[in-house]
Write a protein that binds this ligand. Structure first.
Ligand code: B1M
Length: 208
Protein backbone atom coordinates (compact mmCIF):
# COMPACT_ATOMS: atom_id res chain seq x y z
CA UNK A 1 0.00 0.00 0.00
CA UNK A 2 1.45 3.35 -1.05
CA UNK A 3 2.00 5.62 1.94
CA UNK A 4 0.54 8.88 0.57
CA UNK A 5 0.12 10.35 4.05
CA UNK A 6 3.76 9.58 4.86
CA UNK A 7 4.87 11.23 1.61
CA UNK A 8 2.91 14.40 2.36
CA UNK A 9 4.18 14.48 5.94
CA UNK A 10 7.82 13.98 4.86
CA UNK A 11 7.40 16.75 2.28
CA UNK A 12 5.99 19.12 4.90
CA UNK A 13 8.98 18.26 7.13
CA UNK A 14 11.37 18.83 4.20
CA UNK A 15 12.68 15.26 4.42
CA UNK A 16 13.79 14.72 0.80
CA UNK A 17 15.28 11.26 1.39
CA UNK A 18 12.02 9.89 2.85
CA UNK A 19 9.94 11.49 0.10
CA UNK A 20 12.16 9.88 -2.55
CA UNK A 21 12.09 6.51 -0.74
CA UNK A 22 8.29 6.46 -0.40
CA UNK A 23 7.77 7.60 -3.99
CA UNK A 24 10.13 4.89 -5.26
CA UNK A 25 8.38 2.24 -3.14
CA UNK A 26 5.00 3.29 -4.52
CA UNK A 27 6.34 3.15 -8.10
CA UNK A 28 7.82 -0.30 -7.42
CA UNK A 29 4.37 -1.43 -6.24
CA UNK A 30 2.98 -0.28 -9.59
CA UNK A 31 1.10 2.77 -8.31
CA UNK A 32 0.27 5.28 -11.05
CA UNK A 33 2.70 8.23 -11.11
CA UNK A 34 -0.12 10.75 -11.46
CA UNK A 35 -1.85 9.26 -8.41
CA UNK A 36 1.38 9.61 -6.41
CA UNK A 37 1.62 13.26 -7.47
CA UNK A 38 -2.05 14.04 -6.79
CA UNK A 39 -2.49 12.10 -3.54
CA UNK A 40 0.99 12.27 -1.99
CA UNK A 41 3.12 15.20 -3.13
CA UNK A 42 0.63 17.90 -4.10
CA UNK A 43 -1.44 17.64 -0.86
CA UNK A 44 1.84 17.98 1.09
CA UNK A 45 2.88 21.06 -0.89
CA UNK A 46 -0.64 22.50 -0.49
CA UNK A 47 -0.21 22.34 3.30
CA UNK A 48 3.18 24.06 3.03
CA UNK A 49 1.64 26.77 0.83
CA UNK A 50 -1.16 27.46 3.30
CA UNK A 51 1.24 27.48 6.28
CA UNK A 52 3.51 29.90 4.42
CA UNK A 53 0.60 32.16 3.57
CA UNK A 54 -0.53 32.16 7.21
CA UNK A 55 2.95 32.96 8.49
CA UNK A 56 3.31 29.58 10.27
CA UNK A 57 6.45 28.67 8.29
CA UNK A 58 9.05 30.87 6.64
CA UNK A 59 11.22 30.94 3.54
CA UNK A 60 13.88 28.43 4.70
CA UNK A 61 11.27 25.79 5.56
CA UNK A 62 9.49 26.36 2.24
CA UNK A 63 12.73 25.99 0.31
CA UNK A 64 13.54 22.75 2.13
CA UNK A 65 10.03 21.40 1.40
CA UNK A 66 10.34 22.51 -2.20
CA UNK A 67 13.61 20.56 -2.46
CA UNK A 68 11.87 17.48 -1.03
CA UNK A 69 9.11 17.94 -3.60
CA UNK A 70 11.73 18.14 -6.35
CA UNK A 71 13.30 14.89 -5.11
CA UNK A 72 9.93 13.15 -5.53
CA UNK A 73 9.13 14.90 -8.81
CA UNK A 74 12.47 13.81 -10.29
CA UNK A 75 11.35 10.17 -10.00
CA UNK A 76 7.89 10.89 -11.39
CA UNK A 77 8.70 13.32 -14.19
CA UNK A 78 10.09 10.79 -16.72
CA UNK A 79 7.10 8.50 -16.17
CA UNK A 80 4.56 11.32 -16.37
CA UNK A 81 6.18 12.55 -19.57
CA UNK A 82 6.04 9.01 -21.00
CA UNK A 83 2.38 8.43 -20.13
CA UNK A 84 1.54 11.83 -21.61
CA UNK A 85 -0.13 13.21 -18.47
CA UNK A 86 -0.87 16.76 -19.47
CA UNK A 87 0.29 19.69 -17.34
CA UNK A 88 -2.41 22.15 -16.23
CA UNK A 89 -0.77 24.77 -18.41
CA UNK A 90 2.55 26.42 -19.16
CA UNK A 91 4.00 29.49 -17.47
CA UNK A 92 7.06 31.36 -18.72
CA UNK A 93 8.51 32.89 -15.58
CA UNK A 94 11.44 35.16 -14.83
CA UNK A 95 12.77 38.14 -12.92
CA UNK A 96 12.59 41.35 -14.92
CA UNK A 97 15.43 43.18 -16.65
CA UNK A 98 18.02 44.66 -14.27
CA UNK A 99 16.88 42.56 -11.29
CA UNK A 100 18.89 39.65 -9.88
CA UNK A 101 16.61 38.61 -7.00
CA UNK A 102 15.34 35.10 -7.63
CA UNK A 103 14.43 33.48 -4.32
CA UNK A 104 10.77 34.52 -4.50
CA UNK A 105 10.52 33.72 -8.20
CA UNK A 106 12.00 30.26 -7.58
CA UNK A 107 9.51 29.65 -4.77
CA UNK A 108 6.62 30.61 -7.01
CA UNK A 109 7.96 28.35 -9.78
CA UNK A 110 8.44 25.42 -7.41
CA UNK A 111 4.94 25.75 -5.95
CA UNK A 112 3.44 25.99 -9.44
CA UNK A 113 5.43 22.96 -10.55
CA UNK A 114 4.09 21.09 -7.54
CA UNK A 115 0.58 22.13 -8.51
CA UNK A 116 0.98 20.56 -11.95
CA UNK A 117 2.12 23.49 -14.12
CA UNK A 118 4.89 23.24 -16.73
CA UNK A 119 7.53 25.83 -15.89
CA UNK A 120 9.76 27.55 -18.43
CA UNK A 121 12.14 29.45 -16.14
CA UNK A 122 14.09 32.22 -17.86
CA UNK A 123 16.06 33.08 -14.74
CA UNK A 124 16.94 36.64 -13.79
CA UNK A 125 17.56 39.91 -15.68
CA UNK A 126 15.20 38.86 -18.46
CA UNK A 127 14.61 41.15 -21.47
CA UNK A 128 11.00 41.95 -22.41
CA UNK A 129 11.39 40.35 -25.86
CA UNK A 130 12.70 37.15 -24.29
CA UNK A 131 9.59 36.83 -22.08
CA UNK A 132 7.24 37.37 -24.99
CA UNK A 133 9.08 35.34 -27.65
CA UNK A 134 9.45 32.37 -25.29
CA UNK A 135 5.77 32.54 -24.31
CA UNK A 136 4.74 32.53 -27.97
CA UNK A 137 7.12 29.67 -28.85
CA UNK A 138 5.72 27.59 -25.97
CA UNK A 139 2.07 28.57 -26.41
CA UNK A 140 2.18 29.55 -22.73
CA UNK A 141 -1.05 30.31 -20.90
CA UNK A 142 0.80 32.70 -18.59
CA UNK A 143 3.83 34.99 -18.47
CA UNK A 144 4.90 35.46 -14.83
CA UNK A 145 7.19 38.31 -13.84
CA UNK A 146 8.92 38.95 -10.56
CA UNK A 147 10.60 42.20 -9.42
CA UNK A 148 12.11 43.12 -6.05
CA UNK A 149 13.41 46.60 -6.76
CA UNK A 150 11.43 49.80 -7.19
CA UNK A 151 13.87 50.66 -9.98
CA UNK A 152 13.13 47.45 -11.94
CA UNK A 153 9.39 46.99 -11.35
CA UNK A 154 8.77 49.54 -14.13
CA UNK A 155 10.29 47.06 -16.59
CA UNK A 156 7.15 44.92 -16.20
CA UNK A 157 5.28 47.50 -18.25
CA UNK A 158 7.70 47.06 -21.16
CA UNK A 159 6.90 43.33 -21.26
CA UNK A 160 3.18 44.10 -21.44
CA UNK A 161 3.80 46.59 -24.25
CA UNK A 162 5.92 44.11 -26.22
CA UNK A 163 3.28 41.40 -25.67
CA UNK A 164 0.62 43.72 -27.12
CA UNK A 165 2.83 44.70 -30.08
CA UNK A 166 3.53 41.06 -30.92
CA UNK A 167 -0.07 39.89 -30.39
CA UNK A 168 0.89 37.51 -27.57
CA UNK A 169 -2.26 36.07 -25.95
CA UNK A 170 -0.69 34.85 -22.69
CA UNK A 171 -2.13 36.21 -19.46
CA UNK A 172 0.37 38.34 -17.59
CA UNK A 173 0.84 37.86 -13.86
CA UNK A 174 3.14 39.98 -11.71
CA UNK A 175 4.53 39.71 -8.20
CA UNK A 176 7.38 40.64 -5.90
CA UNK A 177 7.77 42.61 -2.67
CA UNK A 178 7.22 46.13 -4.10
CA UNK A 179 4.33 45.10 -6.37
CA UNK A 180 0.72 45.86 -5.43
CA UNK A 181 -2.66 45.21 -7.02
CA UNK A 182 -2.85 48.93 -7.86
CA UNK A 183 0.49 48.80 -9.66
CA UNK A 184 -0.59 45.66 -11.55
CA UNK A 185 -3.81 47.43 -12.64
CA UNK A 186 -1.91 50.57 -13.59
CA UNK A 187 0.45 48.72 -15.97
CA UNK A 188 -2.35 46.56 -17.41
CA UNK A 189 -1.32 43.17 -15.99
CA UNK A 190 -4.01 40.48 -15.93
CA UNK A 191 -3.21 39.37 -12.41
CA UNK A 192 -1.19 39.99 -9.26
CA UNK A 193 -0.27 37.52 -6.54
CA UNK A 194 1.26 38.65 -3.25
CA UNK A 195 2.82 35.24 -2.51
CA UNK A 196 3.50 31.81 -3.98
CA UNK A 197 0.33 30.15 -2.64
CA UNK A 198 -1.82 32.94 -4.09
CA UNK A 199 0.02 32.60 -7.40
CA UNK A 200 -1.01 28.93 -7.53
CA UNK A 201 -4.64 29.81 -6.73
CA UNK A 202 -4.65 32.56 -9.36
CA UNK A 203 -3.14 30.45 -12.14
CA UNK A 204 -5.38 27.49 -11.38
CA UNK A 205 -8.38 29.82 -11.69
CA UNK A 206 -7.29 30.57 -15.27
CA UNK A 207 -7.48 26.93 -16.34
CA UNK A 208 -10.29 25.55 -14.17
CO1 B1M B 1 18.37 42.94 -2.45
N1 B1M B 1 17.18 44.44 -2.05
N2 B1M B 1 19.51 44.16 -3.50
N3 B1M B 1 19.54 41.43 -2.61
N4 B1M B 1 17.31 42.09 -1.15
C1 B1M B 1 15.97 44.11 -1.31
C2 B1M B 1 14.84 43.79 -2.29
C3 B1M B 1 15.72 45.45 -0.50
C4 B1M B 1 14.26 45.69 -0.13
C5 B1M B 1 16.64 45.46 0.74
C6 B1M B 1 16.52 46.75 1.54
O1 B1M B 1 17.08 47.72 1.18
N5 B1M B 1 15.75 46.72 2.58
C7 B1M B 1 16.30 46.52 -1.49
C8 B1M B 1 15.31 47.10 -2.50
C9 B1M B 1 14.92 48.53 -2.19
C10 B1M B 1 13.97 49.04 -3.18
O2 B1M B 1 14.07 48.87 -4.36
N6 B1M B 1 12.97 49.72 -2.66
C11 B1M B 1 17.41 45.74 -2.16
C12 B1M B 1 18.51 46.31 -2.81
C13 B1M B 1 18.62 47.82 -2.76
C14 B1M B 1 19.48 45.55 -3.50
C15 B1M B 1 20.70 46.04 -4.25
C16 B1M B 1 20.47 47.28 -5.14
C17 B1M B 1 21.80 46.30 -3.20
C18 B1M B 1 23.06 46.90 -3.75
O3 B1M B 1 23.74 46.29 -4.53
N7 B1M B 1 23.27 48.11 -3.35
C19 B1M B 1 21.09 44.82 -5.09
C20 B1M B 1 20.40 44.81 -6.45
C21 B1M B 1 20.90 43.74 -7.35
C22 B1M B 1 20.02 43.60 -8.56
O4 B1M B 1 19.02 42.94 -8.51
N8 B1M B 1 20.39 44.26 -9.64
C23 B1M B 1 20.56 43.71 -4.24
C24 B1M B 1 21.12 42.44 -4.21
C25 B1M B 1 20.67 41.40 -3.41
C26 B1M B 1 21.36 40.05 -3.25
C27 B1M B 1 22.01 39.55 -4.56
C28 B1M B 1 22.42 40.17 -2.20
C29 B1M B 1 20.24 39.15 -2.67
C30 B1M B 1 19.45 38.40 -3.76
C31 B1M B 1 19.84 36.92 -3.84
C32 B1M B 1 18.89 36.16 -4.73
O5 B1M B 1 17.72 36.48 -4.89
N9 B1M B 1 19.42 35.11 -5.29
C33 B1M B 1 19.31 40.19 -2.07
C34 B1M B 1 18.32 39.88 -1.11
C35 B1M B 1 18.30 38.46 -0.58
C36 B1M B 1 17.38 40.84 -0.66
C37 B1M B 1 16.36 40.72 0.47
C38 B1M B 1 17.14 40.77 1.77
C39 B1M B 1 15.49 39.49 0.49
C40 B1M B 1 14.71 39.24 -0.80
C41 B1M B 1 14.08 37.85 -0.73
O6 B1M B 1 14.62 36.90 -1.30
N10 B1M B 1 12.97 37.71 0.01
C42 B1M B 1 15.48 42.00 0.22
C43 B1M B 1 14.93 42.58 1.53
C44 B1M B 1 13.59 42.00 1.86
O7 B1M B 1 12.80 41.71 0.99
N11 B1M B 1 13.34 41.89 3.12
C45 B1M B 1 16.30 42.83 -0.67
C46 B1M B 1 12.32 36.43 0.23
C47 B1M B 1 11.40 36.09 -0.94
C48 B1M B 1 10.72 34.74 -0.70
O8 B1M B 1 10.39 37.06 -1.00
O9 B1M B 1 11.12 37.82 -3.29
O10 B1M B 1 9.30 39.04 -2.00
P1 B1M B 1 9.98 37.80 -2.34
O11 B1M B 1 8.93 36.81 -3.02
C49 B1M B 1 7.66 36.53 -2.46
C50 B1M B 1 6.57 37.49 -2.95
O12 B1M B 1 7.03 38.78 -3.26
C51 B1M B 1 5.95 36.76 -4.09
O13 B1M B 1 6.05 35.41 -3.72
C52 B1M B 1 7.27 35.18 -3.01
C53 B1M B 1 7.00 34.11 -2.00
O14 B1M B 1 5.96 34.45 -1.17
N12 B1M B 1 6.47 36.88 -5.44
C54 B1M B 1 5.66 36.63 -6.51
C55 B1M B 1 7.70 37.11 -5.90
N13 B1M B 1 7.73 37.03 -7.22
C56 B1M B 1 6.50 36.73 -7.64
C57 B1M B 1 5.98 36.51 -8.91
C58 B1M B 1 4.61 36.21 -9.01
C59 B1M B 1 3.81 36.13 -7.89
C60 B1M B 1 4.31 36.33 -6.63
O15 B1M B 1 4.01 35.98 -10.19
C61 B1M B 1 4.78 35.73 -11.32
Amino acid sequence: MADFKGMAEALIQGDAATVAKLVQEALDEGVDAKKILDEGLIPGMDVVGVKFKNGEVYVPEVLVSARAMTAGMKLLEPILAKTGAKPKGTIVIGTVRGDLHDIGKNLVAMMLKGAGWKIVDLGVDVDPEKFVDTAMENDAEVIGMSALLTTTMVNMKSVIEVAKEKGCGSKIVVGGAPITQDFADEIGADGYAPDAASAVELLNSYVS
